[in-house]
Write a protein that binds this ligand. Structure first.
Ligand code: TA6
Length: 312
């Protein structure tokens, strides 16, 4: 797979309009990143994993909001290593490989592979769109059947839109579990409530994936690691510290994963930074567990999400 130089990428895909720029540069760990700035927002996306690292929507009044996305101060940027924070893409499996095959990475391989830019453009409303694809290589072909591909589109604006497109051009049905594993930035996790999952069932990972039922908004005291199954509706992160809410809407996702490691687990992980766990909450639009997708030959599956930051 031919990788283009920064200069070639800028020549082919760079944008330099009055109020809409997109440029490539080498980021941390010498991994190429895309810097986007338009009249609605700014964003940073790594070519490794097509990983959104930052999205800062401009508030309607023209000031800037806090970053909508959390990125660990101790995140490691290295080839083949997933970054702690941002929006990792979990594909073609969520969590451990279903057959627990040795050497098959947690959350699949999409988040640690180099993606290709397919197109960039300015939309009528002034948003910026970037289309990516993931080309198979020897490593991924050893883990995944040929002909089942994935594409990803990011639209950067006052709202952030993401779309993960799985296509089966092979000749057998495959099981895919996927997630946009988004680390949202919060002021302090103790001041946060997550609405939209009341009276739904979840698998409680720290309690051996026991099935439980959610009552009222989700609050975070200690480790929370849950797969809410058959949940396709809107969720809202109510953040009283930052006096904002983050509205999450989705199509083609039937699971919602909620994760915060809590202090003890965070300490052991080593790349969340000092007290970093207090300023993040993962709300992941996914298809996992009961909601794994069976993709027949010739079929495709779209997972689409939209995030919006609003004042409380
Ligand atoms: O999405 C929740 C989760 O599956 C947690 O169990 C935790 O493992 C988290 O993902 C982070 O996984 P990672 O492989 O990025 O360390």
């Amino acid at each position: 797979m031919q990788t283009q130089t920064i200069e070639q990428l800028n020549r082919q895909f760079g944008l330099d309009h009055k109020d809409n720029t997109l440029s490539f540069r080498n980021g941390r760990g010498d991994i190429p990143v895309i810097e986007i700035c338009n009249r609605h927002a700014s964003a940073l996306i790594s070519l490794q994993g097509a990983h959104v690292l930052s999205w800062i929507p401009l508030s309607e009044e023209g000031g800037t909001n806090e970053d909508g996305i959390w990125l660990s101060q101790d995140a490691v940027f290295a080839p083949g290593k997933s970054v702690r924070g941002g929006i990792p893409i979990c594909w073609p499996w969520f969590g451990q490989h279903p057959d627990n095959k040795p050497g098959f990475p947690a959350h699949g391989f999409a988040r640690t592979c180099m993606w290709q830019v397919r197109a960039t453009g300015v939309m009528e409303n002034g948003n910026t769109r970037i289309d990516f694809s993931l080309q198979p290589d020897e490593q991924t072909q050893a883990m995944w059947p040929p002909g089942v591909t994935v594409g990803y589109s990011v639209v950067v604006g006052h709202k952030l839109e993401l779309e993960l497109l799985s296509e089966n051009t092979g000749n057998s049905t495959v099981s895919i579990s996927d997630a946009l594993h988004t680390y949202f930035r919060v002021g302090d996790i103790s001041d946060v409530r997550l609405h939209g999952l009341d009276d739904t069932e979840y698998l409680d990972k720290p309690d051996n994936f026991k099935r439980k039922r959610q009552h009222g908004p989700v609050t975070i005291e200690g480790e929370v690691d849950r797969i809410y199954v058959d949940t396709a509706g809107e969720c809202v992160i109510e953040d009283r510290s930052l006096e904002r809410q983050i509205v999450i809407i989705k199509i083609g996702s039937h699971s919602t994963v909620v994760w915060n490691p809590g202090e003890a687990v965070a300490e052991k992980m080593g790349d969340l930074g000092h007290n970093g766990y207090r300023q993040m909450l993962c709300v992941e639009s996914a298809n996992a567990a009961d909601n794994t997708v069976r993709l027949a030959p010739g079929k495709s599956h779209r997972l689409w999400v939209q995030y919006e930051v609003r004042a409380l």
